[in-house]
Design a protein around this ligand. Structure first.
Ligand code: PNS
Length: 172
């Protein structure tokens, strides 16, 4: 059955530096609601990241390699423009706690202002991921702690390699 216009695919944007199991959880929940999910990885030359845009895209593609309805692409510039260019209308964002709300509301309203056809859909991750963030994962991994169960295995491996090859952790 065909989806109404613009609802064939929802866009899930973020920095994903790196993707965590909380993000994966939201993607899988979104995939139950929309035929396709487009994971949109922000390319922001002004922000130092631990993983390059290419690495972040490749890692997420690897995680979802057996799920062709989950697509991954880098984007730069305005999210609202990217959404329009992909003929989508829905942005999915995860909400972990009340503390996320203010920033997310601001972003959703700004995106709505830029593109009134765009809708932001907030989804809650499973309760055991509500404390999880990419920054905390990086901090723990940089200090030699275990992030098993908090990120996909490939991310765990890549974090170990990153921190084995760099002694400093300037992009935390
Ligand atoms: O994972 P993050 O860092 O919380 O994701 C933030 C993201 C990528 C969704 C946001 O920074 C974004 O959409 N950036 C693109 C620039 C843009 O459209 N800015 C205006 C909307 S507030």
């Amino acid at each position: 059955m065909e989806s109404p216009e613009g609802l064939e695919r929802a866009v899930y944007p973020g920095s994903f530096d790196p993707i965590t199991n909380g993000h994966v959880d939201i993607i899988l929940r979104g995939a139950k609601l929309f035929p396709r999910i487009l994971v949109a990885v922000l390319e922001n030359p002004k922000k130092a990241t631990l993983f390059s845009t290419e690495e972040r895209v490749a890692l997420i593609r690897e995680i979802f390699k057996d799920q062709p309805h989950i697509e991954v692409e880098a984007f730069h510039g305005l999210l609202a423009d990217f959404i329009r260019a992909r003929q989508a209308r829905v942005v999915i964002r995860g909400l972990r706690a009340v503390s996320d709300f203010e920033y997310e509301l601001q972003m959703a309203l700004m995106n709505q202002q830029i593109n009134p056809d765009l809708e932001t859909l907030f989804m809650m991750p499973s309760a055991h991921y509500t404390f999880l963030s990419s920054s905390l994962v990086k901090e723990v991994a940089a200090l030699g702690g275990s992030v098993r169960g908090l990120v996909p295995e490939t991310i765990e491996r890549n974090l170990r390699e990153k921190f084995a090859s760099t002694s400093e952790s300037s992009s935390l």
